[in-house]
Write a protein that binds this ligand. Structure first.
Ligand SMILES: [Zn+2]
Length: 338
């Protein structure tokens, strides 16, 4: 089958790879309907996260169950399913508390930029739809697997409520879907920080009421201007750099909430700054599995269209161009036809 392997910085290849097989009785094998490239895949692609050995890539997926292990009860061959980028048993104390992406049995998915995928802990990881969805819905269902689930966690962890003022730092696919999520949760004002015209447009379509193009101290000053001088109730940090995290904390009002869902690279927090900022901080790998049933229903009911973040579609064997386009910010997010 076709699969994607990262060999080193900017060396991504589409290859013929062995088909995955059931190795545990709790596994399922999926024939993927589509896959995609994540913003977080760019960290190893750019060499910022080290690649020690050839690494299969991809962790966002949806598709049809092809085969299940002997102990799998909740999904069966022929069903359409979506799963999270982190596998989970969905029964341990951490899962029951809603933090499935830190399940005691968690494995981070990889190798989903392929035509077939092995999913461990299928019963706790996968969510099946009652019918096979129409083709047009595949991009939006694929988005629930990570990018929307992560944007949703950003809004939830930042305590976005009806009437809130929310700021979204980052105009990547997660940031844009964090705007959509804040809108769904009833935020009255949603300020998107973006300098890119096509991304600003999509942010507005998803519910942004204001756009701030400034960054750093100027960006913080602009947010204060827009929030009666005190800062926002909720700030959603969707990048993972020192600059974006500092900007997020300093744009939040005392007593407000900062969420952080971008994988941090080189972020350090100053204790005294944090102390006097007087904000709630909550983030981490999004517990997508907690939100999946609701997000899948919102898509199936036509209430949201998160698949709009895919502005480039390529066949799986042209995956290298997909990475290049995202690296050069020519594309927001690449969908791969499996
Ligand atoms: Zn668990």
């Amino acid at each position: 089958m076709r699969g994607t392997v990262l060999y080193g910085p900017r060396d991504i290849r589409s290859e013929d790879r062995p088909e995955p097989r059931i190795t545990e009785r709790t596994d399922a094998i999926l024939r993927l309907s589509a896959s995609c490239i994540c913003g977080s895949d760019l960290w190893p692609y750019r060499g910022i996260a080290e690649v020690r050995e050839p690494t299969p890539m991809g962790h966002e997926y949806c598709g049809v169950v092809e085969e299940v292990g002997k102990e799998v009860k909740n999904v069966r061959p022929g069903q359409f399913v979506v799963g999270s980028f982190a596998s989970s048993d969905n029964t341990c104390v951490i899962c029951r508390d809603g933090y499935q992406s830190s399940c005691v049995h968690r494995e981070f998915m990889t190798a989903a930029q392929a035509s077939l995928l092995r999913v461990p802990l299928a019963d706790g990881t996968l969510v099946a739809t009652s019918d096979t969805p129409s083709k047009e819905l595949i991009p939006s269902l694929l988005a629930t697997s990570d990018v929307l689930g992560t944007g949703w966690f950003a809004a939830d962890a930042a305590n976005v409520k009806p009437g809130s003022t929310a700021v979204v730092v980052g105009d990547g696919a997660v940031g844009l879907l964090a705007v959509l999520s804040a809108k769904q949760m009833g935020a009255e004002r949603i300020i998107a920080m973006s300098r890119n015209e096509s991304r600003q447009k999509l942010a507005r379509e998803f519910g942004a009421t204001d756009i701030v193009t400034e960054r750093g101290d100027e960006g913080i000053a602009r947010i204060k201007e827009l929030t009666k001088g005190i800062g926002a109730d909720s700030v959603l940090e969707c990048v993972g750099t020192q600059e974006s995290m500092t900007q997020a904390i300093r744009s939040t009002r005392p007593g407000g909430y900062v969420s952080y869902v971008g994988v941090p690279h080189g972020v350090e927090l100053d204790g005294a700054g944090l102390f006097f900022a007087h904000v709630h901080l909550h983030g981490g790998p999004a517990p997508v599995r907690r939100y999946l049933p609701n997000l899948i229903n919102l898509v199936l009911d036509g209430k949201i269209n998160p698949g709009k973040v895919f502005d480039l579609t390529l066949p799986l064997d042209q995956v290298a161009e997909g990475y290049r386009a995202m690296d050069e910010r020519r594309a927001i997010k690449t969908l791969l036809q499996t």
